[in-house]
Design a protein around this ligand. Structure first.
Ligand SMILES: Nc1nc2c(ncn2[C@@H]2O[C@H](COP(=O)(O)OP(=O)(O)O)[C@@H](O)[C@H]2O)c(=O)[nH]1
Ligand SMILES: [Mg+2]
Length: 678
């Protein structure tokens, strides 16, 4: 096994919307680098990257996959990310693992919402972006307008570093080469445009360039790198992963032009908390103390839990004793692996800049930081902007006793996916799953069923909340004194609304010790119990301050359980008097569409209780419509958008805020809840 030094490694993310060609490109890169002997296909379930049961069944990627290739003596680590918005959580978790985001785009689809989201994420994290235009064999006429569209969407730094040629059967370099012809026109024009942009970053180079010197690779390498790091240049290149056009060229581009770890922007690590938080500067040096982060977690059928690591500083060695975050107790590593999809190979170490996996560490989780020096105890990566899961689905096992199996599957999914949540509702005996969309939740159900457990699912629900708009007092006396040991607890409390997002505040204002301090945690527990269950419609309660100000104790019969019950019902009493409301999530919707469908789209959004606040039509003819719409009215949006745009529209949703639902909807939700309880 050749060993690679930190400067010989290139880490790239293959990102992009669904079906843009990431997995097929990954496969082609491995094949052209001689890593695999035949090129598999996504559609026949044979791609190295789509190896999980669910992926082969659906012919698309659900999980992030780590692959690697060797080209010109350099190591390329490739992270093939899922493209569907429902699986974006896994993609986001991987972003800090690489130096370059390679955004794969199918020109037939155009500049879609997901690609915009990804470019924004990369900019937020200071991650250089390169664009690979796929499917060039399927027609070159559309590539010119597509390129103009890229500039309009992502800035004038979007410039080709190679060009399609021979009607999409080949590519021709336009960074180091200034001659010849391409499918988009003569090469010299593109060459000059790119050099003009690069030299802006380097005064000395600019001077020589203006004097007529043609810069070579050595002269251009460093300025090009810096231009990428500063997003001054977003290089665009062309491929057809099925015919192989542009694939060798892309391998060359990755190892010759894309940043290695020492060349790329440092990943945003910080040390300390709150106001004391300061950037943590590491050095891409394999001999220093260790800094590594878990970017992906998966379950291997043989090894169990596998944690994928990116090492930033130092070297991880098999058998090492390491610390996890602030943990004082070291953990001992077992085997280390380098991964090729599902294939793994034992390695003795992973150096700064490289990635790999470790098995069987139950105490290690997604996003954890590993180190070997307590000076790094509080080092963490900048918080990643995971979307909030807004879709809910209730499931009940068909066979009693399967709860444990289900819990096991869900715990595993929660380990892997930061955008998935599960909550057991003790009152309804339902398991409520929260995810980013129907596809996301259906996949969870599929994974449960793959474990041989059959479940019944209820209709998808919206993640509503309950809250109050007014202040009120509540009172409850819990007294049970018939036979055996008695129970006594009495609580008086006040509830008042907090700002949206304020969560829950518990305040104790007891005078004269009428309730001993020791019972306060029990009262708070009782209140938290009912806040999880909801009072009026069965949804969790948010944004409430509770002040316990009075009550009574009994010298013999008072006990924790009595105060827990009293707290619960005193809260319910107050809540019902404090103008209870049901809140619904309102999402920011961004629709990318051909311009001629804008009228239909804005009209349709308004009919979904939406407020359209911007419509930008670009010269390429594409348009972006921005609106805020209650999530409840977006549940069937995908097919509607498809039919309005003849399949050419795309959209993304992110949580905007929570807003009170209109009266008639609230009444419906309450009636539904009452019927369920009856
Ligand atoms: N002709 C052609 N088809 C491609 C190309 N890249 C991907 N495809 C096809 O497009 C579909 C989606 O590709 P896939 O790699 O799964 O996309 P992903 O969702 O981005 O991983 C598959 O049917 C591929 O065979 C390409 O460059 N040229
Ligand atoms: Mg894929």
């Amino acid at each position: 096994m050749p060993a690679f030094g930190t400067a010989d490694i290139h880490n790239v993310l293959l990102a992009g919307s669904r079906s843009s060609g990431k997995t097929t490109l990954a496969e082609a890169l491995l094949f052209h680098a001689g890593e695999i002997s035949r090129q598999g296909k996504v559609d026949s379930g044979t791609a190295a990257s789509d190896f999980e049961k669910e992926e082969q069944a659906h012919h698309y990627s659900v999980y992030s996959t780590l692959l690697h290739a060797t080209h010109q003596g350099k190591r390329i680590n490739i992270l093939d990310l899922p493209g569907a918005p429902d699986f974006v959580g896994q993609a986001i978790a991987c972003l800090p693992a690489a130096e370059t985001m390679v955004l794969v785009m199918d020109p037939e689809v155009g500049i879609d919402s997901m690609s915009r989201v990804l470019v924004n994420l990369a900019h937020d994290l200071d991650l250089p972006v390169a664009i690979v235009v796929s499917h060039i064999g399927e027609g070159v006429a559309r590539l010119g307008p597509f390129l103009n569209g890229l500039k309009e969407a992502f800035g004038r730094g979007c410039l080709p570093i190679n060009l399609p040629a021979d009607n999409g059967a080949a590519v021709i370099d336009c960074l180091l080469n200034g001659e010849g012809d391409s499918d988009l026109g003569p090469v010299p024009g593109f060459h000059t445009e790119l050099l003009d942009q690069i030299v802006e970053i380097d005064d000395a180079l600019m001077e020589r360039y203006l004097e007529g010197e043609e810069p070579n690779y050595e002269a251009l390498h460093e300025p090009f790198e810096r231009a990428m790091d500063q997003a001054h240049v977003i290089p665009v290149c062309f491929t057809d992963a099925l015919s192989g056009a542009g694939v060798d060229a892309l391998l060359d581009i990755i190892v010759r032009h894309f940043p290695s770890p020492p060349e790329g922007n440092a990943r945003p690590f910080f040390v300390g908390e709150g106001e004391d938080e300061t950037p943590f500067v590491y050095s891409d040096d394999a001999s220093k103390t260790l800094l590594a982060r878990v970017f992906h977690v998966t379950a291997d059928p043989y090894l169990g839990k596998l944690c994928f690591l990116r090492v930033y500083q130092g070297t991880v060695k098999a058998g090492d004793q390491l610390f996890v975050g602030e943990g004082k107790k070291p953990i001992r590593l077992g085997h280390l692996f380098q991964m090729q999809g599902k294939q793994r190979e034992s390695v003795t170490e992973i150096v700064a800049g490289d990635m790999g996996a470790i098995a069987k560490l139950e105490d290690l989780h997604l996003s954890d930081v590993l180190h070997d020096d307590h000076a790094l105890d509080h080092v963490h990566h900048k918080a990643l902007p995971y979307p909030t899961p807004l879709h809910a689905l209730a499931v009940v096992p068909k066979t009693r006793g399967d709860e444990d199996k289900i819990a096991e599957v869900l715990a595993r999914i929660r380990e892997e996916d930061p955008t998935f949540r599960a909550r057991f509702d003790a009152e309804t005996h339902e398991l409520v799953l929260h995810g980013l969309g129907e596809m996301h939740l259906n996949l969870v159900i599929e994974r449960i069923k793959n474990q041989g457990v059959d479940v019944e699912t209820k209709l998808p629900k919206i993640a509503y909340h309950e809250t109050i708009m007014g202040r009120a007092e509540g009172h409850y006396r819990h007294k049970k004194q018939s036979g055996g040991a008695g129970q006594f607890g009495e609580v008086k409390l006040r509830v008042e609304p907090l700002e949206r997002g304020g969560g829950f505040e518990f305040v104790e204002k007891i005078v004269g010790g009428v309730i001993p301090k020791g019972y306060m945690p029990a009262i708070e527990k009782g209140i938290r119990d009912i806040m999880r269950q909801g009072v009026v419609a069965g949804y969790p309660i948010e944004d409430v301050r509770v002040t316990v100000f009075d009550g009574k104790t009994h010298a013999v019969d008072s006990k924790e359980i009595a105060f827990r019950t009293a707290g619960k019902f005193a809260f319910k009493d107050a809540f019902l008097k404090a103008s209870p409301h049901i809140l619904e999530p309102v999402v920011n919707v961004e629709v990318t569409t051909p311009g001629n469908a804008v009228g239909a789209i804005t009209g349709d959004l308004s009919s979904r209780r939406g407020k359209v606040f911007a419509t930008d039509v670009m010269s390429s003819g594409a348009a972006v419509v921005k609106a805020a719409v209650p999530l409840a009215d977006m549940m069937d949006y995908e097919p509607a958008l498809k039919s309005m745009t003849k399949g050419r529209g795309s959209y993304t949703m992110t949580l905007s805020h929570y807003d009170a639902v209109p009266e008639e909807i609230a009444e419906g939700l309450v009636a539904q809840f009452d019927a369920q309880r009856a």
